[in-house]
Write a protein that binds this ligand. Structure first.
Ligand code: GLA
Length: 354
């Protein structure tokens, strides 16, 4: 229990504690900073936090994952340490008036890192929600997600979109969050009970802030400059044709954003109509688009996706930022166990997440 862990480490009971889930994105990748739709769902796995404010400026963070106690200060803006996300959240909580000083925090997580299932969004959203509740501030979960994104963009230097923070702040397991990232309007859509959205780690770990995510963001910025507006995802076919002066690589980036957005809109309809066969096809097409047009997949993930489909999944694709991490596959519940055993046997470095 996280409360007991807190007491062992800090010698007092925590003032507050909570759980924030991780997320898996079913479809709609790299659309969330280009004005498009995304369709994530919350996992049962996630991050537990126990928390007490302090009157001085010390921030002490104990993590089970690192088996380490980090000691930071409110004025400490350096990055490159596992405790950066939480430190950034405490600094922002002070700026928002939720806190007036540092904090003691214990963290336990069941989310693997570098997997593309949002461990960082779960900790930042989790801390901001707890501090909001301590301050009895009326900030909505949506606004908490917007704040949490700022920690990534401004403090960590990762130019991510809003999907992960919205997903972990709002979605529940068993429901997908159909989110329009341009307006932040959303709808929760039930996932069918006779299918499982399996999450399997490829065994290839990745770090988004190592630069390749940023490179894609910059390529999209170049497309936006040519288009004359920021919404690559919702451009028309004739707008796409008008990009012919751009280098081929940028046209392919734009094509991925436009087509993955359209697939995501259709996927929401499929979920509502329980058309899992069509949803599976859209997931497969999304993977091919990420592989050939957006170029964010790696051979190990491609092989895992191919076998997931060959062995019986209705659809499978890489999920999250890319360059490794997890796949998500739609598999009928009655086939799940045999499928899972066969797939993991064939890919010994991969492992089951959810
Ligand atoms: C990461 C980012 C998200 C999103 C995905 C790709 O998870 O944090 O904002 O861009 O990659 O869809």
């Amino acid at each position: 229990m996280i409360e007991e862990r807190f007491e062992t480490v800090f010698g007092r009971k925590p003032d507050i504690s909570g759980f924030t889930p991780g997320r898996v994105n079913l479809i709609g990748e790299h659309t969330d900073y280009n004005g498009g739709m995304v369709l994530p769902t919350a996992l049962k796995l996630g991050v537990s936090l126990a928390f007490s404010p302090r009157n001085d400026n010390e921030i002490r963070i104990w993590s089970d994952k690192f088996e380490d106690l980090a000691e930071r200060r409110l004025s400490d803006k350096s990055t490159q340490h596992w405790s950066d996300y939480i430190t950034g959240a405490i600094i922002l909580a002070n700026e928002q008036g939720y806190l007036n000083g540092g904090a003691d925090i214990a963290v336990e997580t069941t989310l693997p890192f570098g997997a593309g299932i949002s461990s960082s969004a779960a900790v930042t959203v989790g801390i901001l929600k707890l501090t909001r509740d301590i301050a009895k501030a009326g900030t909505s979960d949506k606004d908490i997600a917007v704040l949490a994104r700022r920690i990534e963009n401004e403090y960590i230097g990762m130019p991510c979109g809003i999907m992960d923070q919205m997903a972990v702040a709002i979605a529940n397991p068993g429901q997908a969050l159909a989110l329009d990232t341009e307006t932040l309007e959303y709808e929760l859509v039930d996932l069918p009970k006779n299918y499982h959205m399996a999450v399997i780690h490829s065994g290839q770990f990745r770090q988004l802030n190592e630069g390749r995510y940023k490179e894609r963001k910059e390529e999209c910025d170049a497309v936006k400059a040519e288009l004359g507006h920021d919404n690559i995802c919702q451009m028309t076919d004739s707008e796409f044709d008008s990009l012919k002066n751009l280098p081929d690589v940028l046209r392919r980036r734009a094509k991925h954003c436009m087509t993955d957005h359209r697939r995501t809109v259709e996927a929401v309809t499929c979920l509502r109509q329980h058309d899992m066969v069509r949803l599976g096809k859209l997931m497969n097409e999304s993977h091919i688009s990420m592989r050939d047009d957006f170029e964010i997949t790696v051979p190990k993930v491609n092989a895992l996706v191919e076998d997931a489909i060959k062995l019986g999944a209705l659809g499978a694709r890489q999920t999250g930022g890319g360059f490794g991490g997890c796949i998500v596959a739609c598999i009928a519940i009655d086939k799940l166990e045999t499928w899972k055993t066969a797939l993991l046997d064939k890919h010994p470095e991969s492992f089951w997440v959810s």
